[in-house]
Design a protein around this ligand. Structure first.
Ligand SMILES: [Cu+2]
Length: 127
């Protein structure tokens, strides 16, 4: 193989590796901080996805997720926590607070209205 083909193959492998890492690589889980009202509060930016997209909270105490939608792309106009019966509109360039109390430990997916953008809420034991 000549150097040009080697470069193309290497570039292709790097691109594939990046895609695998992007979609399946380790996600940084962010634990909610407890605010002055005792709620576990976390800010989530919505822009082509959720950031952070793995949120760790403790079972049994109130959670407030502040979703700031930093785009007008219609994909992200709703956020749905199916396991909690929550579906909320997220107006663009606004923070929408979602309050609930997780009563069950486990991993729960939240998505946009079309099930394309995804994040994970991990509810851990309170102690
Ligand atoms: Cu969507």
């Amino acid at each position: 193989m000549d150097p040009a083909s080697i470069a193309v193959v290497a570039g292709g492998i790097a691109a594939i590796a990046f895609v695998i890492w992007y979609f399946f690589g380790p996600r940084k889980a962010v634990s909610a901080a407890v605010n002055e009202r005792g709620a576990q509060e976390i800010n989530v930016t919505v822009k082509g996805g959720y950031s952070p997209d793995v949120i760790v909270v403790r079972k049994g105490s109130p959670v407030r997720l502040n979703f700031y939608r930093d785009e007008t792309a219609s994909c992200s106009e709703k956020v749905i926590f199916g396991d909690f019966g929550i579906a909320r509109d997220l107006p663009p360039f606004t923070t929408t607070a979602i309050d609930f109390i997780p009563e069950q430990e486990g991993e729960f997916t939240f998505t946009c209205g079309m099930n394309m953008l995804r994040g994970k809420l991990i509810v851990t034991s309170p102690d």
